[in-house]
Design a protein around this ligand. Structure first.
Ligand code: NI
Length: 141
């Protein structure tokens, strides 16, 4: 059993601030307000987001690492944080263009940004906290 490869999950936590509003352009302003309430406010509102990115894999024999967390940090920074931090998700973020700016849609698009750049492991989960009390998770399905 000593030689059995051990699957390990590593996680990097990052943080960004961004604004958004929940708005479906197919609906009238009244319908949006009635369904989304304050979240549809046309002047937008902000959140302090916490992002957890988990990669799974087997530690490399030479480095003892699944994916170098320093590299993972750079990938998240470049492909996600730089595009979202201090931005308006509805208006400024290329990968959210034409999509309703919900955290469900956002977490799926964050996955799509990161997945091609994961090395020596597989992206396992992206978890996004919008507030302390609510978060979404995506596992790539
Ligand atoms: Ni919100």
């Amino acid at each position: 059993m000593e030689n059995k490869k051990k699957l390990v999950y590593i996680t990097r936590k990052e943080h960004f601030n961004a604004a958004h509003r929940l708005y479906n352009p197919k609906w009238s302003d009244e319908e949006n307000e009635s369904f989304f309430g304050k979240c549809a406010n046309k002047h937008f509102h902000g959140h302090n987001f916490d992002l957890y990115v988990t990669v799974k894999g087997i530690a490399d024999e030479n480095t003892g690492m699944v994916m170098d967390l320093k590299k993972l940090k750079v990938v998240i920074q470049h492909f996600v944080i730089d595009k979202l931090d201090h931005m308006n998700i509805n208006e400024d973020v290329d990968f959210m263009k034409g999509k309703l700016a919900s955290i469900e849609n956002l977490v799926v698009e964050i996955w799509a940004q990161l997945e091609p750049h994961i090395e020596n492991g597989k992206l396992h989960a992206v978890k996004l906290y919008e507030t302390e009390k609510q978060f979404v998770e995506y596992f790539g399905e």
